[in-house]
Design a protein around this ligand. Structure first.
Ligand SMILES: *Cc1c(COP(=O)(O)O)cnc(C)c1O
Length: 390
């Protein structure tokens, strides 16, 4: 049996005709950048997340960059985020000229540990008066990441943020449709940043992204910034970027959005099935070798990834690969240890939970079209690797 990490062809087979009609509609209109399809998608994502407004941009990375630009971030400013995420989380902050400050993750959820965020801010205020500074930089905001599709502990993070006057921007790139007691992903902070990269739960046929916000003014400012700061046309009060969403992407995404809830349910069922298959085989920690992801109280996890933690991770990965089972390591090097961030002065050992996750995490196939037989095969092969019976 062959099981890829993700099978977008299987998904496309179920929506081929709808997608082709939508693409034809755009081609007939010859309206390719922004325009009515993008506006319709913006309204639909705004409604889907409950945020109020949506602004379509060229990628999830640009969504973060533009959110930071909208906050006026630049040299001398700093944003607090997690060291265990896709590079763009920190990279898009750095591109504004601002600094990043990391706080470690919670080892169970992989998301920013709100207690450590609070400790950091309390520690910084001891040495300075408001605004809170770190090494001469002003700490302006916090960007939690809803990693793998589960919302961070937003109630606690927002509490700390408001006490210290920080803005909150959510990196919701992996979390469309995820919900928590504090609200829906993308509708909690000042802005939410989504990615439509093909491997995300709502993926286009190329790059794409969106910023959600409950502020009409912020939405308007973002629309100016994504189009070179041009308003009215050819008049520039600010310098923006070219980061617009294509109509073709919007048309494809509008088709897929109608199926998203059903696909999310498929992922969630697959996650439950993994947990039972692993339990049946005695694989689940602490008695077995596999720590399975959990859904925290009151959260609705959308499982962009199903990430287990194991010893001998790379050997297991090799074993599964020889059995034709696709897996991935998200992420092998935490951000504070990336070469480009050496200047920030962090060292190995600074964020032990992020470093452990980087060594022990393994993403298994979780896409909605995955079959029960495939999951059984994967559970069997993991069991074989750790010396158990099939
Ligand atoms: C995918 C992703 C991004 C960036 O999105 P792109 O559309 O690939 O630019 C940012 N943050 C996280 C956590 C992501 O997973």
């Amino acid at each position: 049996m062959k099981v890829p990490l993700l099978d977008l062809k299987a998904q496309y087979a179920t929506i081929r005709d709808e997608v082709k009609d939508a693409v034809d509609r755009v081609i007939s209109s010859q309206y390719f950048v922004l325009g009515p399809e993008v506006e319709a998608l913006e309204a639909e994502i705004a409604a889907y997340t409950g945020a109020g407004y949506g602004v379509g941009v060229a990628s999830g990375s640009d969504a973060i960059l533009l959110a930071m630009m909208e906050r006026g971030l630049g040299p001398g400013d700093a944003v607090v985020t997690t060291p265990y995420s896709f590079f763009a989380t920190a990279g898009s902050v750095t591109r504004t000229g601002a600094s990043v400050i990391f706080v470690d993750i919670d080892p169970v959820t992989f998301n920013m540990d709100p207690g450590r965020l609070d400790d950091l801010m309390v520690g910084l205020t001891k040495n300075s008066t408001s605004p809170v500074t770190a090494g001469g930089e002003t700490v302006r905001g916090v960007m939690p990441v809803h990693l793998f599709g589960q919302t961070a502990d937003m109630a606690s993070i927002a509490g700390t943020a408001s006490r210290f006057g920080l803005f909150v921007v959510e990196d919701a790139a992996q979390a469309i449709g995820s919900r928590s007691p504090a609200g829906n992903a993308g509708a909690i902070g000042r802005m939410g940043c989504f990615s439509f990269f093909p491997s995300k739960n709502l993926g286009g046929f190329g790059d794409g992204g969106m910023i959600t916000t409950s502020s009409e003014k912020t939405a308007e400012d973002l629309k100016v910034l994504r189009n070179h700061g041009s308003k009215p046309k050819y008049y520039h009060r600010v310098v923006g970027v070219n980061s617009r969403l294509d109509a073709l992407q919007a048309a494809v995404l509008r088709v897929k959005l109608k199926h998203l809830d059903a696909w999310t349910e498929g992922r969630r069922n697959n996650a439950d099935r993994y947990r039972s298959l692993f339990t049946e085989r005695g694989l689940v920690a602490p008695d077995g070798p596999v720590t399975v992801p959990i859904q925290t109280e009151g959260c609705y996890h959308i499982y962009n990834q199903f990430v287990i933690m194991v010893d001998r991770r790379d050997d297991l990965r090799g074993h599964l690969s020889r059995a034709d089972i696709g897996t991935e390591v998200y992420y092998p090097v935490p951000l504070h240890l990336q070469e480009c961030y050496r200047y920030l002065g962090y060292n190995q050992g600074d964020f032990p939970h992020a470093e452990t996750a980087a060594q022990r995490s393994l993403a298994l196939p979780i896409y909605p079209e995955l079959t029960a037989d495939m999951q059984q095969y994967i559970a069997d092969e993991i069991s074989v690797f750790y010396g158990g019976e099939k």
